[in-house]
Structure formats: C-alpha cells, structure tokens
Design a protein around this ligand. Structure first.
Ligand code: NAD
Length: 310
C-alpha cells in the first residue's frame, strides 16, 4: 500500500508533484478544520502543514500508530506540539534553509527604507506633498552593520551589506569559522560592543529563553542615537515597549520591523511612528521561498520513507 499524505494547509504544487512521483497518495485538504483533522488523521502516514494548522497532542494521539511524519513547509514549529510528537515517536520535519535569501533581501530592503525614508516619502507624497527637504537620509555605504546571530540569514544579510560597502561586525554564541568571517571581513565582538559601534543593528537569533527581550531598554541605551534597528527574527527578541520609547524620544533614529511581540500588532504605538517601517511578517513570503519550502519538505519526506521506511 502506498504511504498516504494529508496536506492540511496551502502548499506549492511542486511538493505534490514530487510526492506523487515518489509513489505517495496525496490528499489535498487545505483549510481543513480542527475537528475534521482529528477525525481523519489516523488514516495517514504523513501530515503536511504550514503555520495555520495546529498539530496538537490530540491530533498526534489520534494519528498514531499510522502517522509517522509531520512536515512543516517553512521554519517555525510553534504550531506543532514537539513534546507530544517526540513521546509518540512521530518525526517532525521542517525547512529552515528555504527562506534564507528571501528574509535577507527583506532585511536589506528595511534597512534602505528606513535610512532613505522611502516608506515615509511615499506616504507624504500620496497626501499631495513634496517633502524633498525633510526626506534627508543617510547612506549605508561606509557604515557599520552589527549582525546579532551569525547563522544562515545573518551571514546572507552580511554578504549583501558588504557588497554595498558596509563594514560588518557580528555577535554569536557559537564559534564562527574563520573562512565564514573572511567572506565579509566580519569581526566578532561582544553584544555590548556591537551595540555601541553599529550604525545598523540587525537581529537574526532564534527565540529562546536567553534571547527573549535580548534587546531591552538597557541594551538600546548602548546604541548610537543615529542607529537603526532591524528585526526580522522573532518579535519577542525585542522589548517592544522599550523600542517604542526610544523611537519616540529620539533616543534611536529608526527601526525596520517584520515581526512583533503580538501579531498583528493592532493598537501598537509603533503604527503611529514615522521613523519605523513595518511589514506584516513577510520574510518568507516570496514565490521562491514558498516553492523552496515545498520542494525541500517533499524531498525530506521521500528520503525518510526510502532510507528507513518508518
Ligand atoms: P540559524 O539557526 O541559521 O542562525 C541563528 C544563529 O543565532 C546561530 O548562529 C546561533 O548560534 C545564534 N544564536 C542563538 N542564540 C543566540 C544568542 N543568545 N545570542 C547570539 N546568537 C545566538 O537561523 P536562521 O535561519 O538564520 O534564522 C534566524 C531567525 O530568523 C530565527 O529567529 C527565525 O525564526 C527567523 N526567521 C524569520 C522569518 C520571517 O519571516 N521574518 C523567516 C525565517 C526565519
């Protein structure tokens, strides 16, 4: 009998093609409700989701013994009960590599949008004005970029920024190989020194108990008043209240944000500030990243079933 896959969220068609070609039977049920999922999941070997479907302990308990793999097309596993999956022996797969380029490009876009007041100029022009004088910006070339978390995305951002003439300094908790640093002539520093000397600080750490509010009022106080903070990692890495205060008081020049402590950030003071550029958590929201997430996930699923039929 062919292994059966339930696709519970919208996913790029490339994944379905790969799975079918490899002999899987695929049922497409994007948008399936929680109750329906609980009642049908026991008939599948693989459950494929994105961020919408909640893979709770109940779903997993109903799914076993047949359910062997839960695949998340993308990075975040917040919607999957990982403890329950591990207890029940259900393998969880994701594709953290799929969005690196897309997130890095968005980060560079945010840096430029803040430094050159692009979003603000657009807003003001649409209101019928010509704010040339007030739209005075700063160049990024020659400035220092501080990368907090020198992993996949942090390194890619560094590469693009280096090509624009920025100097790179980086902070990480793991040892970064010399050849990786050499690519962008990056210098490793402490977090405090990075915050003191960077003109743009960009955050690329995972959300962990250690990184929650890593950037708080105390840390912002170390930054140059002319500095720009960019966050496309996770909202809770920044104490948003402290950030709002720093941006409102002129303690910090600007910020570019893709992620928020609460999403959407309805009612947040951030929405009222002119020196902030906001995007709605779209780091991985590109045709290429979605296709990469789907193909990478499908290939990983096929590999699991061919190397060690679970
Ligand atoms: P990665 O694992 O490749 O890199 C993370 C780096 O952070 C690692 O080098 C790690 O050692 C370092 N790190 C961990 N804890 C640290 C700490 N306390 N201080 C300093 N460094 C620390 O991850 P990645 O693929 O580069 O992703 C980075 C972040 O981007 C994650 O938070 C991820 O959730 C987020 N992300 C956001 C979007 C989006 O849509 N905006 C999309 C994908 C990923």
């Amino acid at each position: 009998m062919n292994p059966k896959v339930l696709v519970a969220d919208p996913i790029d068609v490339s994944a379905v093609e790969i799975l079918k070609k490899a002999g899987f039977d695929v049922d497409l049920r994007p948008g399936i409700g929680a109750n329906e999922l609980e009642s049908v999941v026991s008939g599948y070997d693989v459950l494929v989701v994105r961020g919408r479907t909640k893979v709770t302990s109940k779903v997993l308990e109903r799914g076993v013994p047949r359910l062997k793999v839960v695949g998340r097309a993308g990075v975040g596993l917040d919607n999957i009960d990982l403890d329950a999956a591990s207890k029940l022996g259900v393998k969880v797969l994701n594709t953290p590599e799929s969005s690196t380029n897309s997130v890095a490009e968005l980060v560079v876009g945010l840096m430029l949008a803040v430094a050159r007041k692009i979003a603000w100029s657009d807003r003001v022009m649409r209101a019928g004005k010509w704010p040339k004088g007030e739209a005075m910006g700063v160049e990024l070339s020659g400035k220092t970029l501080g990368v907090v978390g020198f992993g996949r995305i942090g390194r890619k951002v560094a590469e693009v920024a280096y090509a624009m003439g920025m100097k790179i300094i980086a902070y990480d908790v793991i040892k970064i190989p010399e050849d990786v640093l050499a690519k962008t002539q990056a210098k490793l520093t402490s977090l405090e020194d990075l915050l003191r000397s960077a003109d743009v600080v960009t955050l690329h750490v995972p959300l962990t108990p250690e990184t929650r509010h890593l950037i708080n009022a105390e840390k912002i106080a170390l930054m140059k008043p002319s500095a720009i903070l960019v966050n496309a990692s996770r909202g809770e890495v920044v104490d948003e209240q402290a950030l709002v205060e720093a941006l409102s008081s002129g303690r910090l020049a600007g910020a570019g944000l893709d992620v928020y402590e609460r999403e959407p950030p309805t009612g947040s003071k951030l929405l009222e500030l002119d020196n902030v550029v906001l995007t709605p958590h779209i780091g991985a929201q590109t045709v290429e990243a979605q296709e990469a997430a789907a193909t990478m996930l499908a290939s990983k699923i096929v590999e699991v079933f061919t190397t060690s039929r679970p």
